[in-house]
Design a protein around this ligand. Structure first.
Ligand code: MLT
Length: 203
């Protein structure tokens, strides 16, 4: 997969797996990584699917309606890519924390839904429920931050609450942060997630 890898300066800091939103690239979330954990190594990936020229991590049939077969295929593809990148760049595969926005948050959610050991935590900005009607793996103690907007028409508050409940019922430790905004990522969310990150990952 097309990506950027940046070495970290602290080998004990988690590796950040950055996953952009629809129409984004692997460059978009780099400043966010700097805010969340400046000493971390960063693996920032570009989605392999194009929708009218816009990169995404999996196909959708309509806005908010996912192509489930493609979602599963792309989730496995990303999982395998992270495995091979860990070998190529020599980072700790067990310390990967996903940071995703919108479509990127949805594929990160899908990694959590399908692979208990894919991630060591996740920061999900404006996610949806990636897939319904499936039982989740054991996510006991998995730290998950969800940033959401109370006026987000794409990733509605009901979706957010559902996702949070599903992850919690699988054992994840979810912190849900609401801003009174829409689908955009806000400075308040970044601030709240930075504090969350420091609490969970700074020794
Ligand atoms: C998705 O398709 O993953 C969500 O609807 C959000 C987005 O457009 O990125």
């Amino acid at each position: 997969m097309k990506h950027i890898f940046k070495e970290g300066t602290d080998p004990n800091a988690p590796v950040l797996l950055l996953l952009h939103g629809t129409g984004g690239t692997e460059h978009d979330l780099l400043p966010l990584a700097e805010a969340l954990s400046p000493k971390s190594a960063v693996l920032s990936v570009r989605g392999n699917v194009l929708e009218n020229g816009m990169p995404r991590f999996f196909r959708r049939l309509a806005e908010g309606v996912f192509d489930e077969e493609d979602l599963l295929f792309r989730t496995q593809e990303l999982y395998d890519f992270v495995d091979s990148a860990a070998v190529q760049y020599g980072f700790n595969r067990e310390r990967v924390v996903a940071v995703g926005y919108s479509n990127g948050a949805n594929i990160a959610g899908s990694l959590l839904f399908h692979h208990p050991n894919a991630l060591n935590g996740a920061v999900l900005y404006h996610p949806m429920v990636p897939r319904r009607g499936v039982s989740l793996p054991d996510l006991e103690g998995m730290p998950v931050f969800i940033g959401a907007g109370s006026n987000d028409r794409m990733c509605t508050p009901a979706e957010t609450e559902d996702l949070s409940a599903l992850l919690q019922s699988a054992g994840a430790e979810v912190q849900l942060f609401w801003d009174h905004m829409g689908h955009q990522l806000t400075a308040n969310e970044v601030k709240a997630s930075t504090a969350w990150f420091a609490k969970h990952y700074t020794a």
